[in-house]
Design a binder for this molecule. Structure first.
Ligand SMILES: [Mn+2]
Length: 337
């Protein structure tokens, strides 16, 4: 099915001007998926106008990009920082399946996109009948059980028989590692895919060096404050940890799981918004059927927020006081524990 779908995909975008983009605060999987997809399309559709647009890169993505460009200076890492509609007949959106998670500069976020778009993604796909007017649904490549979007692009390389060079292999491994939490949230395919990409020229340790990030003092303070403010709820043998910090919410939510929480909730209040990051142990999700993405997706619909993710890692952004939502979230989580 994937094979025939990917053929239809290529046929549809043929002779069209293509913009590839991903969610805001681009993570390494989003970045890698865009660059590798562009490389693939360049090989399949020569002389096509294909550009990449990013709104803003995350800190760790910036650091990786810098390290990668030193190691592979010849690899083309160019991208646009403004969204230029005139360059697009079709928009390929990777590593998210929600339009409100991409930030198109120069275009009002609320106005529906007037150009057709296709999602390539591995996140939880909530209610499929959302108002996605110009989404060519039949061509979406969305696979929730693949541990990174990059691995979906990797499948396309295999189907179209496009050989991989060393920079591409390195990019793919970096995305697989970061999105699987260095295999912790992965499955057999995750490890097999990474293994296929490693070779005598590509050493696992060299990729780890590229992914190493400097932790600045603000990150360290946020972690410690997050721990100081930690509130615990015990539900049977499970512990839910709740805290608040102004930034680094996602990494603090992960940290709380390492510290011993089974489920973590981190609230970050920004200007008029609240951002909620949640994590759960993979084993807890498997034992109890807990799916944080599903819960946050339901809450986001109820309160007009924007949420999504995976069973054990999900987030929600909402334009209101977070207290009611947090209580509702905790009650929803408890139902599974
Ligand atoms: Mn991803």
């Amino acid at each position: 099915m994937f094979k025939s779908k990917s053929k239809d995909f290529l046929a549809f975008i043929k002779n069209k001007k293509i913009i590839i983009t991903t969610h805001d605060l681009v993570d390494i999987d989003g970045l890698v998926s865009c660059f590798t997809l562009k490389f693939l399309l360049r090989s399949c559709l020569p002389n096509h106008e294909i550009s990449i647009y990013f709104s803003e890169l995350s800190k760790s993505t910036k650091s990786f990009l810098k390290n990668f460009s030193v190691k592979f200076p010849e690899f083309n890492l160019s991208y646009e920082k403004d969204f230029n509609v005139s360059k697009a007949d079709v928009l390929l959106i990777v590593d998210t399946n929600k339009l409100d998670q991409i930030k198109l500069k120069n275009i009002s976020n609320t106005s529906p996109l007037e150009i057709p778009y296709i999602f390539i993604d591995h996140h939880y796909l909530g209610n499929k009948s959302e108002n996605k007017n110009n989404n060519i649904k039949s061509l979406n490549l969305i696979f929730e059980n693949i541990s990174s979007t990059a691995e979906i692009i990797l499948l396309l390389f295999e189907i179209y028989n496009i050989p991989l060079n060393n920079p591409l292999k390195t990019l793919f491994i970096a995305a697989i590692l970061t999105d699987s939490g260095f295999f912790k949230y992965g499955n057999n395919n995750t490890i097999q895919n990474a293994s296929k990409l490693l070779s005598k020229d590509i050493h696992f340790q060299d990729v780890l060096i590229l992914l190493k990030k400097d932790v600045d003092i603000s990150g360290k303070i946020a972690k410690i404050k997050g721990l100081q403010r930690l509130k615990l709820i015990r539900e049977g043998e499970y512990l839910i940890g709740i805290t608040n910090v102004s930034s680094f919410g996602a990494s603090i939510a992960s940290m709380l799981i390492k510290v011993g929480c089974d489920v973590s909730i981190v609230i970050s209040k920004e200007k008029n918004q609240s951002r909620i990051n949640t994590r759960a142990k993979k084993s807890v999700c498997e034992e109890t059927g807990l799916n944080l993405a599903k819960i946050l997706d339901q809450i986001s619909k109820q309160y007009e927020g924007s949420g999504g993710g995976h069973d054990g890692a999900a987030s929600l952004t909402i334009n209101m006081e977070s207290d009611i939502i947090i209580n509702e979230l905790i009650e929803n989580i408890k139902e599974y524990l």
